[in-house]
Design a protein around this ligand. Sequence first.
Ligand SMILES: Cc1cc2nc3c(=O)[nH]c(=O)nc-3n(C[C@H](O)[C@H](O)[C@H](O)COP(=O)(O)OP(=O)(O)OC[C@H]3O[C@@H](n4cnc5c(N)ncnc54)[C@H](O)[C@@H]3O)c2cc1C
Length: 355
Amino acid sequence: MESFEGGKDPNRGGDGPLRITRSRADHPFYETFLRAGEAYGLAVARDYNSADIEGLHITQATIADGRRQSTAVAYLHPAARRPNLTVLTGWRADRVELEGGRATGVALRRGATKAVLRAGREVILSAGAIGTPHLMQLSGIGAADRLRAAGVTVSHCLPGVGENLQDHFVASLTFRAQGSRSIASDLALWNRPRIGLEWLLTRKGLGATSFFEVGAFFRGGPDVSYANLQHEFLPFLADFQAGRVRIDHGYQYFLSQMRPKSRGWLRLRSADPDAHPRSSSTTSTIPPTPRRCWKGSPGPATSPARRRGRRSVGWRSRRDPTCARRRRRSPGCARSAIPSTTRSAPAEWGMTLWP
Ligand SMILES: Cc1cc2nc3c(=O)[nH]c(=O)nc-3n(C[C@H](O)[C@H](O)[C@H](O)COP(=O)(O)OP(=O)(O)OC[C@H]3O[C@@H](n4cnc5c(N)ncnc54)[C@H](O)[C@@H]3O)c2cc1C
């Protein structure tokens, strides 16, 4: 399926249509993140999408030649001229048609226009983690009592539909920078025409990145046997409000919980396809890891790097009074008390992690 820039190995594809590349990570803030991670005791993982996920990494992205690679780019566009392919856009699937327990077609709608497509052989549903179970339940496939309660005629009783929803907790940790150090200056309104022009002419620059160029997978405590937390680092402050992004000086981390144990569900609110389904991602809950103070490190317990790392990277709940004291003490950009360490990226990456 994939064509990874780093080449084929037992875990990676080298000749598929979906191109995966490594980010350039050439802004000083990325370098600072990597240095801080190393000071904390983390090593650089050679390929976090292969066997060794744990540690620091320069991210890989489905971006090639400055363009986001998607299923459409990788598969649909190259096949667009095939006579046996028709792509309909702007249509909404309302229901899968069933006959005798077999899917025979799909009922579609676009504005006031309705249509039913009959399947020659099979119907494949790929409407995502929300859309797929929603559509199945609208089609009468699900737990019989719940479907009836929502006013849907039961076609096929399958209680597992809409159950076992898995979602992971993400905390955004934001740090405002003093002064104008961060990529936010480069993204200022007056710089955007230049970014656009650079992208058009070279397919490179800030128009060709997701900005998530470095990160880390690590353990949330000494008693954890796998990397159960992920840091994604952004070299500016992005405040998402009502569909708009406000960019400011600073940096932020997205701290994500890996392999969450909580399970939820997605159920019909009504038989109306336009009514959003009800959902819960934490019905059977365990306390999410980031609620507790995070103190662990994979480094040796006595290493100075680890002790420094605890001070600079540790994270506590917002409700924790110690955190509030810390925030009052250092509201600005994190101090750069990170020791300088030299390490190079594997030669085939064609880049220097830091000089
Ligand atoms: C905030 C966020 C960040 C993520 N980051 C990463 C990441 O860094 N790396 C990674 O690997 N994954 C990431 N993911 C997960 C990744 O996006 C999904 O796993 C992936 O997109 C799932 O692909 P899919 O084709 O199954 O569904 P989707 O991409 O959800 O596609 C489903 C499509 O079906 C359409 N649809 C739904 N219902 C209907 C209907 N009734 N009629 C017609 N069309 C319908 C939707 O509009 C959508 O276009 C992230 C997800 C989120 C939300």
